[in-house]
Design a protein around this ligand. Structure first.
Ligand code: BEZ
Length: 211
């Protein structure tokens, strides 16, 4: 069955380009992003991996570990990484899981047979330090993902884990936020003594806390 938000991210042991890892152990107390690629030596995937390598410092800053996966094996990934570094400007600086037996792909429901029965779709799972799934995204093979959006969602997830707020449409770090619907005005007075603007009783807006 497909993984849902709030489910525990399945644990596994797998071969990667950086050695054998046990997923939960490898995550430790960090956040994690697990993302799949349809196939090695393909153009869109090459650009995606190069881009993630380039912005890896942004994931590090947020205490997020990133890990890729495709159904090809580690030997193939390592050969492909040479091309990625050469053409995309940044060497791949995170592990890539080799999954030729589809163990991890099946655990995470990354093969959608009506799209392709041999390749993984472009899945993204964001996993919290509690090992729960916080975000799932699925793109088709022909569309490269927007990893800036993944960072944006992580900013929202990390903010809303700390404060009883939600983030509005197209929010970016530093933008105004919304007081969570379950928070009464009385509780909000304690939580947000700096005050807020009531646009509607259910739409209370305030500057991002601790910014
Ligand atoms: C690509 O990465 O370019 C790609 C991979 C599989 C199917 C279609 C495109």
């Amino acid at each position: 069955m497909a993984l849902r938000l709030g489910d525990t991210a399945p644990d596994f042991t797998a071969e990667t380009t950086q050695g054998t890892i046990n997923f939960h152990e490898w995550l430790g107390t960090s956040w994690g992003v697990l993302f799949s690629h349809p196939k090695d030596f393909t153009p869109v995937c090459t650009t995606e991996l190069g881009y993630v390598a380039k912005i890896k410092p942004e994931f590090d800053k947020r205490n997020v570990k990133v890990i890729g996966l495709s159904v090809d094996n580690v030997e193939s990934h390592l050969k492909w990484e040479g091309d990625i570094g050469e053409t995309q400007g940044t060497p791949v600086n995170f592990p890539m899981i080799g999954d030729p037996d589809r163990k991890v792909s099946d655990l995470y429901d990354m093969i959608h047979p009506n799209a392709s029965d041999t390749m993984t779709v472009r899945s993204v799972f964001v996993i919290g330090p509690d090992k729960k799934v916080k975000l799932t995204i699925t793109y088709p093979a022909s569309t490269g993902r927007n990893f800036d959006e993944v960072l944006r969602v992580i900013d929202s997830l990390q903010l809303t884990a700390q404060f009883k707020v939600a983030t509005p449409a197209n929010w970016k770090d530093g933008g105004d936020v919304i007081i969570g619907a379950a928070v009464s005005d009385d509780e909000a007075k304690t939580l947000f003594p700096q005050g807020w603007t009531t646009v509607k009783p259910y739409l209370r807006v305030l500057p991002q806390p601790k910014k």
